[in-house]
Design a protein around this ligand. Sequence first.
Ligand SMILES: C[S@@+](CC[C@H](N)C(=O)[O-])C[C@H]1O[C@@H](n2cnc3c(N)ncnc32)[C@H](O)[C@@H]1O
Length: 283
Amino acid sequence: MIDREFVFNPEDFERIRLLIRSRVGIALSDKKRDLVYSRIARRLRSLGLRTFSDYLDYLAQEQDEMQDFINALTTNLTSFFREAHHFDFLADQMRQVNALGQMRRFTIWSSACSTGEEAYSIAMTAIETFGSWTPPVKILATDVDTHVLAQARQGVYGLERIEKMDVQRLKAFFLKGKGDRQGSVKIRPEVQALVSFQQLNLLAPSWHLRGPFDAIFCRNVMIYFDKPTQYSVLEKFHPLLNESGLLYAGHSESFQHAANLFKSKGKTIYQPVRLASNNKVRR
Ligand SMILES: C[S@@+](CC[C@H](N)C(=O)[O-])C[C@H]1O[C@@H](n2cnc3c(N)ncnc32)[C@H](O)[C@@H]1O
């Protein structure tokens, strides 16, 4: 038996598992016991508590702690131009809509944006595609985790985060940090101006969003949800996409169980299934 700093019983793990699943949809398997311990142990340390059971009682009483609890249990791994083929596809999609000569903005929702790399990569793609610092593009970027959203809004990244970036893009879209920001880079304000960040829980009963969107990026978050939860999120995405709108998913995500809602266009890109106007989408 490992000697642990804090008392952590199987019942504590069950309580945590139920709570995080009901709040944000994250389904934790038994294998995540150690991960949960190390993530939540930080909260116990900063609150001066000795046992997980005390922490869970504290959490039940202190509403403000819930956000820290959620922030501690989300996994925020991301990178600039992650799954690069999506950005080539998106550029083509923007060109096609632009070619139709419609006088409207191309709208994109990055629905689990983490620290902002995905949304800023979309903004850079738009600037390159339209050859303008002010392309007719609007990007909404949301996440349930307030900690990553604060970092995303700042747009400041350590050099290790841009190691794999194309040099041309680095020069065009980033400013080198000076003074106490030495060793980091900042996204150029023109890129930041295209993105607005907002907190949003994909599990919330209603999202209060103004669609429709040309593209929804929902990448590498559905893997944490079980299939019924994925389905209910997909049901809400469906009416938010316009006629030619597309859903971009993560590399290991497949929505075959929602074939009545979305059909694959290949490369983890999905198109909403449209039925005759009087027919509702059926499960
Ligand atoms: C692994 S990151 C993926 C980031 C980015 N989409 C990418 O593919 O690089 C998953 C993100 O989903 C967010 N997340 C988890 N549950 C969520 C929920 N219920 N609503 C909104 N965001 C959620 C986490 O906070 C985390 O930042």
